[in-house]
Write a protein that binds this ligand. Structure first.
Ligand code: C2E
Ligand code: MG
Ligand code: MG
Length: 563
C-alpha cells in the first residue's frame, strides 16, 4: 500500500482524539480538529456524522441528528463514502466522507480513510457509552425519569445561581395507585408509571425536570410561567392499556403539593415544603392540589410522630373507647352508642381527628379498627358480667378495609372469640364513590346482614354520598352528618335545607332503613327531627362521648333522655 499518511501523521491524528469529552457536542469539536490534520493528504472535502439512537430509559426522546464535523474550503464532490456503525441500545453512528471537488479516491486513499473512520467510530462509541453511563447515574432505570441525585445536582446548581425562585416545585402522587395496581395488575401498574413519566417529560422544556423518588412519588420542577399548563395536563390524564383482553383508558388522578421557592431557599426546602403540602392534599377530601402554607410543616411533623409512635401505642394499649349515647327520638330512650377512639398519651387524651387521618393515609388504621372492636367486645362482656344490659355499640371502620379480602370474616371472628352477641355490634362505614368500592361495600353489608350484624352508613350528606347508591345497599341505618343539620332552626336556616333534609328522611325510611341524625346540639333541632319522623339522634344535646366509667353510669341509670 502506498504510504499516504506517515506513522507520524496517524499518531498525530489519533492523539488529538484522545481527550476527555463528555458530550457528543464536545466530541464533534475534537473530531473536527483531528480530521483537519489529515484532510489535505487524504483529499477530504467534507465529513458528516449522523447519530440515530432510539428512545430508551436513559434518553426518553431518543436522538436523531446530523452534524457536519469537517468542511474544507475547497468544496466537495457529491458522491460520499458512507459507513454505518452500530452503537449501544440499537443506535447507529453513520459517517459520510466527501472528497474535495474533482477528486476521486484511490484504493489506497480509501484504505487510509477506513482507518481514520475506525478511530472516529471508536471515539464516538466511547463518548456515547460515557454519556449513557453518566446519565444512568441520574436516571430512574424503570421509567427513565430523573432520579433524586439529579434533583439534588440540578437543584444545587439553580440554588447557587439564585435561580430557584424561577421555578415551582410540585410533589406529585397518583391517587389510589395501590388499588390501580391491584385492579390492573403489577405489570400494567409499571406501564402506567412509565407512560405517565413519558407524558409529563414530553410536556416539559429543557430546563424543567421530572424526578421519580420511588413508587408513585414524583417531584416536578416547572418554570413559574408553565405551572398552569402543567396543572392542566395533570387534570386530564388518561393512559390506554390492555386489560382483560380489552383496550381501556385508565383515568389517572394526580394529587400534588405545590411550593413556590423563596429567595435563599435550598433544594431540601423544595422537597420538604412541597411534600408537606402533598400530605395535606391527601387528608383534605376532594382537594387534589394544595399550595404550601407554613402551618403545613407542623402537620407533617405531627404525622411523622404519629406513625413512629403508633406501633408501640398499640402494643401498650394506649387507645381507649369513648361511648356517645344514641337516643330514640320517639321515646327518649337510650338505644345505642357509638364507640369513638381516644389516644391516651401521657395523661393527655388525643382526639381521633389528630391521628385517624394520618393512620388512614398509612393504612395502619385497619390495625387500630380491629383493636377497637376487640376492646369494645371486652367492655360489653364486662358490663354484662356486672349485671348491666348493654345497648348495641356501633364501631367505626375505615373504608380501607373494603380492600381486604377477609374483612367480614375478621369482624365476625373477633365478635365470636369474645362470645359477644352479633346484635350487640353495629359496623359504621362511610360510603365510597367508586364502583369497585361500591361492589365491595355491598357484598360486605350483605355478609353482615346474613350474620345478624347491623351496618350503618356514616357521614351521609358529605362528600360523594348519594341516595341513588344508598338505595342499592341493604344497610340498616343512615347517619346524617352533623354538617347536614347544622343550619336547621338557626338564623342560617334556608328553605332548601329543610326541604332537602325532609326529603332524605322520608326517602331513607321509605327504603326501609332507619335515619340517625348526628351532632345534635339544640332543642330546636330535636323538635324538628321529631316532627320529620327521624328515628334516632346523637349529639352534645344528649351527651358528649363519655369515657367508660361515665358511660357505665348511663347504663345504670333510667336510660331516658328528656326530649
Ligand atoms: P364520626 O364517626 O362521624 O363521629 C362523630 C363525631 O362527631 C365524633 O367526633 C363525635 O365526638 C362528634 N360529635 C358528636 N356529637 C357532636 C355534637 O353535638 N357536636 C359536635 N361538634 N360534634 C359532635 P370524634 O370522636 O372526634 O370522631 C371524629 C371521627 O373520627 C369520627 O367521625 C370517625 O370518622 C373517626 N373515628 C373515631 N373513632 C374511630 C375508630 O375507631 N376507627 C375509625 N376508623 N375512625 C374513627
Ligand atoms: Mg361514626
Ligand atoms: Mg359521622
Amino acid at each position: 500500500m502506498k504510504e499516504i499518511l506517515s506513522g507520524a501523521d496517524l499518531h498525530h491524528f489519533a492523539e488529538s482524539l484522545i481527550q476527555e469529552v463528555n458530550t457528543l457536542g464536545e466530541a464533534q469539536e475534537i473530531i473536527s480538529r483531528a480530521v483537519s490534520f489529515v484532510a489535505d493528504k487524504l483529499h477530504i472535502g467534507r465529513v458528516l456524522v449522523m447519530l440515530d439512537t432510539p428512545p430508551s430509559v436513559f434518553d426518553l426522546k431518543g436522538t436523531k441528528e446530523t452534524r457536519v464535523v469537517y468542511a474544507g474550503f475547497r468544496g466537495y464532490d457529491a458522491e460520499p463514502i458512507e459507513r454505518r456503525f452500530s452503537l449501544v441500545n440499537n443506535g447507529s453512528l453513520q459517517l459520510a466522507w466527501y472528497p474535495i471537488k474533482g477528486h476521486s479516491w484511490s484504493d489506497d486513499e480509501k484504505r487510509y480513510l477506513e482507518i481514520v473512520m475506525d478511530y472516529i467510530y471508536l471515539k464516538g462509541l466511547g463518548v456515547r457509552v460515557g454519556e449513557l453511563l453518566s446519565r444512568s447515574a441520574f436516571v430512574d432505570s424503570m421509567t427513565g425519569a430523573n432520579n433524586t441525585q439529579k434533583l439534588m445536582q440540578y437543584g444545587t446548581m439553580l440554588e447557587r445561581s439564585r435561580r430557584l425562585p424561577e421555578f415551582v416545585a410540585l410533589f406529585e402522587n397518583i391517587k389510589n395507585f395501590r388499588y390501580i395496581n391491584r385492579f390492573y395488575g403489577d405489570r400494567n401498574g409499571d406501564y402506567i408509571l412509565k407512560e405517565l413519566v413519558r407524558t409529563i417529560y414530553f410536556s416539559l422544556s429543557a430546563e424543567e425536570l421530572i424526578v421519580r423518588l420511588g413508587g408513585d412519588n414524583f417531584v416536578v420542577l416547572v418554570k413559574k410561567q408553565n405551572l398552569d399548563a402543567h396543572l392542566e395536563l395533570l387534570s386530564n390524564l388518561k393512559i390506554r392499556l390492555q386489560h382483560a383482553g380489552l383496550e381501556q383508558d385508565v383515568e389517572i388522578q394526580m394529587r400534588c403539593g405545590i411550593y413556590h421557592p423563596a429567595p435563599g431557599d435550598q433544594v431540601g426546602d423544595l422537597l420538604m415544603c412541597s411534600s408537606a403540602a402533598l400530605q395535606y392534599a391527601k387528608h383534605m377530601v376532594g382537594e387534589q392540589i394544595v399550595y404550601f402554607k407554613p402551618s403545613m410543616l407542623e402537620y407533617s411533623i405531627r404525622a411523622k410522630e404519629v406513625s413512629v409512635l403508633f406501633p408501640k401505642a398499640i402494643n401498650e394499649r394506649e387507645f381507649e373507647a369513648f361511648y356517645q349515647p344514641k337516643v330514640d327520638l320517639k321515646t327518649g330512650a337510650l338505644c345505642g352508642a357509638e364507640a369513638l377512639v381516644r389516644w391516651r398519651r401521657g395523661g393527655i387524651i388525643v382526639p381521633p381527628g389528630d391521628f385517624v387521618p394520618i393512620l388512614e393515609q398509612e393504612g395502619t388504621i385497619c390495625t387500630l379498627d380491629y383493636y377497637m372492636l376487640d376492646l369494645i367486645c371486652r367492655d360489653i362482656n364486662r358490663w354484662r358480667r356486672d349485671g348491666l344490659e348493654p345497648v348495641p355499640i356501633s364501631v367505626n371502620f375505615s373504608k380501607l378495609h373494603l380492600h381486604e379480602s377477609n374483612f367480614a370474616e375478621r369482624i365476625l371472628s373477633i365478635i365470636d372469640e369474645n362470645s359477644v352477641n352479633h346484635s350487640d355490634i353495629e359496623v359504621e362505614l362511610t360510603e365510597e364513590s367508586g364502583y369497585e368500592d361500591f361492589a365491595a361495600l355491598s357484598e360486605f353489608i350483605d355478609t353482615m346482614n346474613a350474620n345478624g350484624v347491623a351496618t350503618s352508613i356514616d357521614d351521609f350528606g358529605t362528600g360523594y354520598s348519594s341516595l341513588n347508591i344508598v338505595k342499592n345497599l341493604h344497610t340498616n341505618v343512615i347517619k346524617l352528618d352533623k354538617s347536614f343539620l347544622d343550619n336547621i332552626r338557626t338564623e342560617k336556616e334556608q328553605e332548601s335545607d329543610v326541604t332537602l333534609i325532609c326529603a332524605v328522611i322520608k326517602l331513607v325510611k321509605d327504603l326501609g332503613m332507619e335515619v340517625l341524625a348526628e351532632g345534635i346540639e339544640l332543642p330546636a333541632q330535636v323538635e324538628f327531627l321529631r316532627e320529620q319522623g327521624c328515628n334516632k339522634a346523637q349529639g352534645y344535646f344528649f351527651d358528649k362521648p363519655l369515657n367508660e366509667i361515665e358511660y357505665r353510669k348511663r347504663l345504670l341509670g333510667k336510660r331516658i333522655y328528656s326530649l
